[in-house]
Ligand binder design. Structure first.
Ligand code: R5P
Length: 303
C-alpha cells in the first residue's frame, strides 16, 4: 500500500491532531465540512476522494453524542465509496466508563457504541489509554489501545524539575498505569483506594492508614480522565493528609475538565496540570501524533 492510496479525514473535534498525524504520514488532510443547524443537528460534507484506505480522526469529548454521531456519519460516508479499509482514530473514546452493568438495569453503553461503529463500517479502531480493557472487549473489530505513558515520562524528565517523584493513581484501577510510569522514571508508585457512590457519584478516598511516607518528595498524580475533577481533588487531599510537603503535579490523558473542574483542582493546591491533545484545551501540551502513527501504519497495511 502506498501512502498516496490513503485519505485522512480531519473530523471537526480533532483538526489540530489530524493535521499533525497527516504531517507525520506525509499526506494532505481532508477537512470535513460541518454545519450545525439551529436544532442541534450536524450536517457533514466530505469532498470527493477515491482512495481505498480512509482514516477518520475524531475524538469524542463533549459535546459527546454530537462528536460520536459525527464520527459515525463520516465513517458511513467513507463506506459508501470504494474504500475497503476504514480506520477510526478516536483518541478519547467516550462511554468507555460504561463498560459493565454496575447497577441492575443499567445499559452497557460501550457495547452499544461498539456495535454502532462496526455497523457503519469501521475495520480498525485506534484509541489512546482506553479507560479499561473491559471497555475494549465489546469490539469485534481490531482495536489498538495506544499508551501515552512514555510521552508523560519524557515530559516529566525533560520539562518538569522533579526529583524522583512518587507516582500516585487515585484508584486501584489505575495502579498498572502508575506502575508503568514509575518504572520508566525509576521511582515509586502507589494506588489510593477510591470509591465512588454509584448513585450519587460522590468520590471518597480511604485515608485511614498512611499509604506512603511522602515527606518532601514531589508527586505526580496520574489518571486517564479528569471529568468533574473530584477524583484529583480527593487524591490531592489524601496525599497531603499522608504528610506530603513536595510539589504535586497532575498528569492526565483525557482532560475533559467539565464545568469548574480546573478551578477546583487549582484551588485545592495542585501545582500544574499536564494533559494530551486528545482533548484540545489550555493543558493539552502533550502531542499524541507520534505514538498514533505506528499502529496507524500497521492498520493501513491490513485489509
Ligand atoms: C475513573 O475510574 C477514572 O479513571 C477517573 O478517575 C474518573 O473518571 C475521573 O472523574 P472525575 O474527575 O469526575 O472524578
Amino acid at each position: 500500500m502506498s501512502i498516496d492510496d490513503v485519505s485522512l479525514i480531519s473530523g471537526p473535534s480533532s483538526s489540530d491532531l489530524a493535521n499533525k498525524i497527516a504531517t507525520h504520514l506525509g499526506v494532505k488532510p481532508i477537512s470535513a465540512e460541518v454545519c450545525i443547524f439551529t436544532d442541534g443537528e450536524s450536517k457533514i460534507r466530505l469532498p470527493h476522494f477515491e482512495n481505498k484506505t480512509c482514516v477518520i480522526v475524531q475524538s469524542t469529548y463533549p459535546p459527546t453524542d454530537r462528536h460520536l454521531l459525527q464520527a459515525m456519519m463520516m465513517i458511513r460516508k467513507c463506506s459508501e465509496t470504494d474504500c475497503t479499509n476504514i480506520i477510526a482514530v478516536i483518541p478519547y473514546l467516550a462511554y468507555a466508563r460504561q463498560d459493565r452493568e454496575f447497577l441492575p438495569g443499567e445499559v452497557v453503553t460501550m457495547s452499544v457504541i461498539a456495535r454502532l461503529l462496526e455497523s457503519v463500517g469501521v475495520k480498525h479502531l485506534i484509541t489512546v489509554d482506553a479507560h479499561s480493557t473491559a471497555s475494549l472487549s465489546h469490539f469485534r473489530i481490531s482495536v489498538h489501545n495506544v499508551s501515552s505513558i512514555p510521552l508523560f515520562a519524557k515530559y516529566a524528565e525533560e520539562m518538569l524539575d522533579l526529583e524522583k517523584p512518587v507516582v500516585v493513581s487515585p484508584d486501584l484501577g489505575g495502579a498498572s498505569r502508575a506502575a508503568t510510569l514509575a518504572s520508566i522514571l525509576k521511582t515509586d508508585f502507589i494506588a489510593l483506594n477510591k470509591n465512588r457512590d454509584r448513585s450519587t457519584g460522590e468520590v471518597k478516598i480511604d485515608t485511614d492508614e498512611p499509604r506512603y511516607q511522602f515527606g518532601n518528595k514531589d508527586v505526580i498524580i496520574l489518571d486517564d480522565i479528569i471529568s468533574t475533577g473530584d477524583s484529583i481533588v480527593k487524591a490531592y487531599e489524601a496525599i497531603r493528609r499522608f504528610g506530603s510537603t513536595g510539589k504535586i503535579i497532575v498528569m492526565c490523558t483525557h482532560a475533559l475538565l467539565i464545568n469548574n473542574a480546573t478551578q477546583k483542582i487549582i484551588n485545592a493546591g495542585v501545582d500544574k496540570i499536564v494533559a494530551t491533545n486528545s482533548i484540545p484545551n489550555n493543558f493539552s501540551t502533550i502531542d499524541l501524533s507520534p505514538i498514533i502513527c505506528s499502529p496507524l501504519q500497521s492498520a493501513m497495511s491490513m485489509h
